[in-house]
Design a protein around this ligand. Structure first.
Ligand SMILES: Cc1ncc(C[n+]2csc(CCOP(=O)(O)OP(=O)(O)O)c2C)c(N)n1
Ligand SMILES: [Mg+2]
Length: 396
């Protein structure tokens, strides 16, 4: 893999958003607002701040991105110490993770993949619950200690519990969007956002979902649906070039009659604008939008993985220099709304927050043993009732 090719076509003048299903330029070009050094590429005087993004929105994203990194770093450390069993970090992908959450509304539903936990946090999912899920303790209201770490879910935040099985988010999101289209009317419908990684585009579910997303037209309108692929260029040890011979992932949308857009996933402002434009379009009844956010997995796939065994880490170093947090904070400093050193201070403050909450939740007991028997049967079958009685007898 050569580092520059995937971003060489980035251009400020990429024709976006035009939202026609045959706009191959948007699928082949990469929409970008900020250059890697944080400078707006081609400020547009007709847009707010020249970038189309209000300072408070940019600051809100920056805070969540820095918080996400602080959490990820602490959780990776915890896994290495054997205090949790697994963790999938979004390091280097914070813009691609947080910006869609800023663009969407709380009434919209999210079917997340492994890297989207930060979307829930940005929506207000408590850090206490997030950490409790990773620990599988009694306050793990997401999965009651029955799942691996990173399987966050919250009804209150319309954040559907992650299924580890790749690409399942896609047909599930189509189904949710279909229900939304039946229950609500354009032009202001809630929408569903389904997230996947680049590797998931090779799954059968991807094809099933893309086909269904195109042909299902309740009330004669497109589904209120955004399908979102974080192309971090690796699926564990398989590079994206082995997933497809297509020039981009976004261009696949064309074959299904959807809108495809490719965006620089390390540019929070660009992702925000793309998801906002897509949301406005699908709320109003437009064709579902498939977004490819180009980024890079600068860390390991998960704590069970060692990328130095299969990839050239010199490339990783180059991507580390395109840090989405540095890009956004430099932009905000240049605008005069972020002080020198403020981003670093925030990082320290969030790390303290994580340590503080962790110190409290690590002491919590596991969920009650009897909860193992809940949530599947309305009435326990006799063999499980017998086992439940045995469990109760064991408890002090
Ligand atoms: C159907 C299925 N096959 C294999 C796996 C094992 N697996 C877990 S994550 C992963 C790679 C995912 O890559 P990608 O979709 O690019 O997402 P990323 O982890 O890079 O965010 C694989 C193969 C799985 N979870 N589900
Ligand atoms: Mg990937």
């Amino acid at each position: 893999m050569t580092f520059p090719t995937l971003i060489a076509d980035a251009s400020a003048s990429a024709p976006f958003p035009r939202f026609t299903a045959d706009d191959t330029a948007a699928m082949l070009g990469t929409f970008r607002v900020l250059a890697p050094d944080g400078a707006p590429i081609a400020p547009d005087a007709t847009l707010e701040n020249g970038t189309g993004v209000a300072d408070e929105d940019a600051l809100s994203m920056l805070r969540s991105m820095i918080r996400q990194r602080a959490i990820d770093e602490r959780m990776l450390g915890l896994q290495r110490q054997g205090r949790i069993g697994f963790y999938g970090a979004a390091t280097g992908q914070e813009a691609a993770t947080i910006a869609p959450a800023q663009a969407l509304e709380l009434r919209d539903w999210i079917h997340p993949a492994l890297r989207e936990g930060g979307m829930a946090l940005h929506r207000g999912y408590p850090l206490w619950t997030y950490l409790s899920q990773c620990l599988g303790n009694k306050d793990d209201t997401s999965t009651k200690g029955r799942q691996m770490p990173c399987h966050y879910g919250s009804r209150q935040h319309n954040f559907v519990t992650l299924s580890s099985v790749m690409a399942t988010q896609m047909p599930q999101a189509v189904g949710t969007a279909y229900a939304m289209a039946l229950a609500h009317d354009a032009p202001d419908r809630p929408l569903c956002f389904g997230a996947i990684g680049d590797g998931a585009t090779s799954e059968g579910d991807f094809h099933v979902a893309m086909t269904s997303a195109g042909v299902m037209r309740p009330k004669g309108l497109g589904l209120p649906l955004i399908l979102y692929c974080q192309n971090n260029q690796w699926a564990i040890s398989t590079p994206v070039e082995k997933q497809t011979a297509a020039p981009t992932l976004a261009v696949k949308a064309l074959g299904y009659g959807l809108v495809g857009v490719r965006v620089d996933g390390n540019d929070a402002l660009a992702v925000l604008r793309v998801v906002r434009a897509a949301a406005a379009s699908v709320r109003a009844g437009g064709v579902p939008v498939f977004i490819e956010a180009v980024t890079y997995r600068v860390g390991a796939h998960s704590t069970s993985d060692d990328p130095s065994r299969y990839r050239d880490e010199a490339v990783t170093l180059q991507w580390q220099q395109r840090d989405p947090i540095v890009r956004l904070s430099t932009y905000l400093q240049q605008r005069g709304v972020l002080e020198d050193g403020e981003a670093q201070r925030m990082a320290v403050q969030y790390d303290e927050e994580v340590r503080g909450v962790l110190a409290q939740v690590e002491g919590l007991p596991p969920p009650p043993l009897a909860s193992l028997f809940e949530d599947v049967y309305a009435e326990l079958p006799p063999h499980l009732a017998r086992q439940l009685a045995e469990v109760r007898a064991l408890q002090p």
